[in-house]
Write a new protein. Sequence first.
Length: 465
Amino acid sequence: MLDELAAYRDTDTATFGVIPWLSGWKMRSKYPKPPPTILPPGHYDRSIPFWRHLQIAFSLVIALLLACRGASLHAEPTVAPSIGHVEVKAELPKEPPYVGEPILLRVRWSVRANVMLDRLIQPAMTNFDWQQFGIDASTNGIVDGFPTPVFERVLIITPLKAGSLTIPPFVLHATIVTSHNERAEMDFASSPFVIEVRSHAGVGNADDRWLPAKSVRIADAWETSPGEIPFGETARRIVTIEAVGTTADRLPPQLDIRAPGIIVFAGPVDRETIVTDEGPIARAVYHWNVRPVSAEPAILPAIHIAWFDIAARKMRDASTPEREVAFLHAARKARQPLTETPGMLSAWPLAGGAAGFVWTAALAYLIASPNSRRSGWRRLFRPKPAAIRDLKSAARRNDVRAFRRAVVNLSRLDNDRWRRISVDRDVESGLAFVDASLFAANATTAPPLAPLARAIATAWRRSAA
């Protein structure tokens, strides 16, 4: 190093090859040069001032910085040159999803600039059913090392067919303000997203409705106990189905709960999709008005909902138990224990024989008695005139509600007698049409009430004979 400094000192212009004006040696070149001095190793040449050493070191540092800057100009950039990003991600299971299986799709975008107006253009997804899940959310994130607002949109998409299905790019059209206070319009697009989908044929029964979800719950509620329905009235049944991870349009349509011996009037179905942090929850509420056809109890079958567990990747079943539907007195009678058949030596056969002898003697007496006395006995079995009179009056006015109310009042006069009348074919079918016109969701026109009133009055008289 000292030898080099001595060589520089002996030159006419010592510029060090970096910055000539820093050396100052050219100003002294007109003076006589002293003879070169060779110093032994380890000795310091005190003839060179200290500030000259600092000048040399400073020049070397500047040269090193210029060299590093020249190398960095030829290196690759460490960040993406684009100021906007659009990214699409899907929450897929480990196995390829099935047709109809809901998939959560997240679309995120950000622009590292002063944005005046932006709009996310969603492509036409012809191979999917889709539904936006909530509203667009915004957070503050770090993009390429810069704090940038990040926006996210969540969609629920459902594949419509099997195969390799492509989601076209989402395009963000943004209007930004440049550093020169000028407006500029830019478009940023995401990459196409491909999803492999397979058919669900062979998974579960072919007749079952395909319902993929995280979990399914079914609840059964009755406003009146199904086995203790007041005579002549209906019981309201409410079934609620909740499925986590899907939308309400995927739940079953109106359930069929028809059964022999039961009249069912279906009401409207209420559907809603509840937005939660864990995902959508689908809910459907089904309503029915149920009543037995006759006094005999009937069995309402169980409700089974087959669904596919997207977490365990297998079929499951959600169900309600079967229900016995009966009027109040009929249910009590059906629950009474059977009595043991009496033997031949019991007193009951003797009492029955005596009662039969008395009944035969009374019948013979009535036949042999005059007509005036027989008419008095017959009036004992006739109904109250007001019950039949109200029934016929409502039929003449064609008042369906008053007619049904008169039927209920007539049935309360003698329950056993009305049970025998209600099983009559004409009476049973006529009352079924009357109830359908009153309680059914799609109410129909009531049948002619006058013939039905005559049929009920005739059956009432015959039951007293």
